[in-house]
Design a protein around this ligand. Structure first.
Ligand code: ATR
Length: 297
C-alpha cells in the first residue's frame, strides 16, 4: 500500500523523545507491530534537546500524541512535568514511557516489566539467593527495584567502576525500599572473585561489553563462573557479549538482553494501545537482524 493511502485523519501518533537520538530498533518494533495488527498508528523519532522538553510535552498534548518512549537525557527530568507517575517509575526515579490520556500525562518505567518477563522462568531458583549487579546507572536502578519487589532475593551486591555511585545506590534503595541487604563494591575484578562465585545470578547493566578495555577485567573473573549460575546481560547487541560467552564456557546459564528489550517495548505498546504486541514475531525478526549486524534506524 502507498504511504499516502495508509495514513489519514484517524492515524494515531506515538514516538520517542530523546537527544541526540541514537540508532534505535524502537520505531521498527512498533511500526512492524502496527502493520502486523492492521492498526492505524505510526511511531516516529523526535530529537528534542533538554531545554525543549517542557514545551515538547505541551506540544504533544496539543497535537494529541497518544504516548511516547522517553530516552536519554530526559528520563529523570521528565518526572516533574508529568501529572502522574507509577509506583515503579517513582521509586526508580526514571520514566521510559508516557501515556497521554486526554491531556493528562502518565509516566511509567516498562524496563521493570522487561526484567520480570526475562527472569520469571528463574523465579524459584533465584528466590532468597545472593545476586550481583555490575553497574550503578539507570539500568541498574530498574534491576535493583525488580529484584527487591518481584524476586525476593536475599542480598544484592552492586559492583561499579565508580565506588561512590554504588554506595549512593545502596543508600538510596535501603531507605526507599527498606531493603538493607545491599553491599557496594568498586569494580576491581580479581578481588571480587568470591563475590561473583557466590552469586546465583549475575546481571551486567553496563555497556562494558562494548568497551575493549573491559576485556581484561572480565577475563580475570573467568574462574568465578560455574554451572549453578545464571548470567544475564542487559545488552542485546551483540546477542552474545564477551561476558555471556565466558559464563557459557563455564557451564552457566546465559540470558541476553533481547527479551528484556522486546518485553519493555511490548509493555509500552500495551499502555498506548490496549492491544498485545506480537512479541514472538518481533523477537524472531530482531534476532535475525542482530545476527546479520543491523543497527536499527
Ligand atoms: P544506563 O542508563 O544505560 O545504565 P548510565 O546511567 O550512564 O547508563 O550508567 C552506565 C553504567 O556503566 C555506570 O555504572 C558506569 O560506571 P560509572 O558509574 O563508573 O561511570 C558503567 N560503565 C560505563 N562504561 C564503563 C567501563 N568502560 N567500565 C566499567 N563500567 C562502565
Amino acid at each position: 500500500m502507498q504511504l499516502i493511502d495508509k495514513f489519514n485523519n484517524k492515524t494515531e501518533l506515538v514516538g520517542i523523545f530523546g537527544h541526540p537520538l541514537k540508532h534505535s530498533f524502537s520505531p521498527q518494533i512498533h511500526n512492524t507491530s502496527f502493520e502486523a495488527l492492521g492498526m492505524n498508528y505510526i511511531y516516529l523519532p523526535f530529537d528534542i534537546p533538554a531545554s525543549n522538553l517542557k514545551s515538547a510535552l505541551k506540544g504533544a498534548v496539543a497535537l494529541g500524541i497518544k504516548g511516547m518512549n522517553i530516552t536519554l537525557p530526559h528520563k529523570e527530568k521528565i518526572v516533574e512535568y508529568l501529572q502522574d507517575v507509577s509506583e515503579e517509575a517513582s521509586v526508580i526515579g526514571s520514566v521510559n514511557t508516557v501515556v497521554n490520556e486526554n491531556g493528562v500525562l502518565h509516566g511509567y518505567n516498562t524496563d521493570v516489566k522487561g526484567i520480570i518477563e526475562t527472569l520469571n522462568d528463574y523465579k524459584e531458583t533465584i528466590k532468597e539467593t545472593d545476586v550481583t549487579i555490575i553497574g550503578a546507572g539507570g539500568a541498574a536502578r530498574s534491576v535493583v527495584y525488580s529484584l527487591i519487589r518481584h524476586f525476593k532475593v536475599n542480598s544484592i551486591n552492586i559492583i561499579n567502576r565508580t565506588h561512590q555511585k554504588a554506595e549512593s545506590l545502596k543508600e538510596y534503595f535501603s531507605t526507599k525500599m527498606l531493603f538493607d541487604n545491599i553491599k557496594a563494591y568498586e569494580l576491581v575484578p580479581p578481588d571480587l572473585t568470591d563475590v561473583f562465585r557466590n552469586s546465583k545470578l549475575i546481571i551486567n547493566t553496563t555497556s562494558v561489553g562494548m568497551y575493549p578495555e573491559m576485556d581484561d577485567a572480565i577475563t580475570s573473573i573467568e574462574e568465578s563462573f560455574h554451572k549453578e549460575q545464571i548470567v544475564f546481560d542487559v545488552i542485546y547487541n551483540p546477542l552474545q557479549t564477551k561476558l555471556l560467552k565466558m559464563a557459557a564456557s563455564k557451564g552457566a546459564e546465559t540470558i541476553s538482553g533481547l527479551k528484556m528489550f522486546v518485553e519493555q517495548a511490548a509493555a509500552s505498546f500495551e499502555l498506548w494501545t490496549n492491544e498485545k504486541m506480537p512479541s514472538d514475531i518481533i523477537y524472531s525478526k530482531l534476532k535475525e537482524e542482530l545476527i546479520n549486524g543491523k543497527e536499527g534506524v
